[in-house]
Design a protein around this ligand. Sequence first.
Ligand code: NI
Length: 226
Amino acid sequence: MLLRIPQVLNPQQVAHARQVLDKAEWVDGKVTAGFQSAKAKNNAQVPEGHPAAVELGDLILGALERNPLFISAALPLKVFPPLFNRYAGGQAFGNHVDNAIRQVPNRPQRIRTDLSATLFLAGPEEYDGGELIVDDAYGAHSVKLPAGDMVLYPSGSLHRVTPVTRGARVASFFWIQSMVRDDGQRTLLFDLDNAIRQVGTELPNHTAFVELTSVYHNLLRRWADS
Ligand code: NI
């Protein structure tokens, strides 16, 4: 499932993030790339653990904890501390798949990357190119969202970022280990949760509301790691 999550950050939070990032240190993005992706990757990144990345990462994680659409779609178990990147002057990231396992810096913790997230911090009017292209069984999907919006997609998908030919594309990117590792099962739970919400709104006293809620939780119990 590829899903847009609107307004994870509000315009004030985006403006603050951009101010902090303007003053941050930027290094070659290859520092966090794997062997294959290092060959394809050409961008700049704020170093992992840099105070700007920590401050803004906490802002994003706090916003996600309060975002019902994110919780329902990702069923997060662990979220990697958000990283920040910038593409300008023709920079791009060729086709790659994200590493399956990520070591959390300075912590004895590893994350299995079930879902990849890109949170756009520059508006589409600020740059040309810079589309995130994600391949799935139905073809190639082009993603370029308003600042503050986020896209979630399965980490196993081949994806790339097209060259930025004007302006700068600034974004946060990170990974999520879900309680439900299988994308198909997770998508079924998300669809069921949406349907239950509708039934709960329109027919709150119907016995099916309780029964469907029970099915949801019993499927989650069957499929989830916690
Ligand atoms: Ni990637």
